[in-house]
Ligand binder design. Structure first.
Ligand code: KMH
Ligand code: ZN
Length: 310
């Protein structure tokens, strides 16, 4: 699909990083709302959101926590709200879907395959953890599977897609996930314009390097032709360089503290908006313009911010 403006997604908190890793990781509904609004003001047209237990910072799927920040973000920005259905790899599918089924957002993430999702290397020996759950959760990913079976994916497509008019950020962590998406496309269960997120650098998925990004795009071009748009996220230190490469290749970009806590080598990002501003500057240097929320809605055929249930 011909390059138009670049959609900047910001993934504000996620479920990968833990409070000890950065004092800037938003935890409470107040913090998640403030960080989301600032990211939108800096230029993010899509906000990808998870929730955390306000007391402990542990990822939670509790709809009542989501409902403490979703309406506030909606009232203060025009950005598209995209709720994670991945949650964390330790949550059940029903838990992962509960907030989205209640909120009926314009967008949700949809993870295109079961996989290992190893974040245990983030637990550095000798760390003085703020909470006991942090190293426990990281370590648990050594022996758990992030479950997204064909039946799970079909259920999400039917319940959220057909049931709520929600469209998806299809999270593809490896080339096989593109073929799984093609399977659903051929069955008519997903329709273009597809928004495919190439997820690079998760331990268990494809590595964060340019050859893999080029390969993902080549295969997506072959499978989906003009019926898709791609975006790039890269975990950790590869974040900025690979999303910049993705933008130069005609794609969209995702930033945010879910994907990397850093702004540069050894420099923690003090906010999500810092990362949005950084990529915005880079895009300007590439003579690329960012898409407004209205433009992003048109590019992705979204139902509109007035048709959600929060
Ligand atoms: N944490 C990212 C690598 C989801 O929320 O559904 C992928 C993600 C998954 O954002
Ligand atoms: Zn996420």
């Amino acid at each position: 699909m011909a390059q138009q403006k670049v959609i900047v997604t910001c993934a504000v908190t996620g479920s990968v990083h833990t409070p000890t890793m950065s004092p800037y990781l938003p935890i409470t509904p107040d913090q998640i709302a403030a960080e989301s609004i600032a990211a939108a003001e800096a230029g993010a047209s899509i906000l990808h959101l998870h929730a955390r237990d306000p007391q402990t910072g542990r990822p939670t799927a509790e709809p009542s926590v989501f409902m403490q920040f979703l309406p506030r973000i909606k009232q203060s920005t025009d950005a598209v709200i995209n709720i994670s259905t991945g949650g964390s790899s330790l949550m059940s599918l029903d838990d992962r879907l509960a907030a989205s089924l209640l909120a009926e957002p314009e967008m949700c993430s949809l993870n295109m395959g079961s996989m290992n999702f190893g974040i245990f290397p983030l637990a550095k020996p000798g760390t003085e953890w703020k909470n006991a759950w942090e190293p426990e959760l990281l370590e648990a990913t050594r022996s758990t599977v992030f479950k997204n079976t064909f039946a799970d994916i079909e259920s999400i497509l039917k319940r959220l897609g057909d049931g709520c008019g929600t469209r998806f950020e299809f999270e593809c962590y490896d080339v096989g996930h593109l073929y799984t998406l093609k399977h659903f496309h051929e069955r008519g269960l997903v329709q273009g314009p597809l928004f495919i997120q190439f997820v690079l650098g998760i331990l268990g998925g494809i590595g964060a390097d340019v050859e893999n990004l080029v390969h993902m795009k080549r295969i997506a071009d072959k499978l989906f032709g003009d019926e898709y748009r791609f975006s790039v996220l890269a975990a950790g230190r590869a974040q900025m360089s690979l999303i910049t490469t993705g933008a130069a290749m005609g794609g969209n970009v995702r930033v945010g503290l879910e994907d990397s806590l850093y702004l540069g080598p050894g420099e923690l990002a003090k906010s999500n908006a810092d990362q949005v501003s950084r990529i915005r500057l880079i895009l300007k240097g590439l003579s690329l313009e960012i898409a407004s929320p209205t433009e992003a809605r048109a590019m992705l055929s979204l139902k509109g911010g007035d048709r959600v249930a929060f």
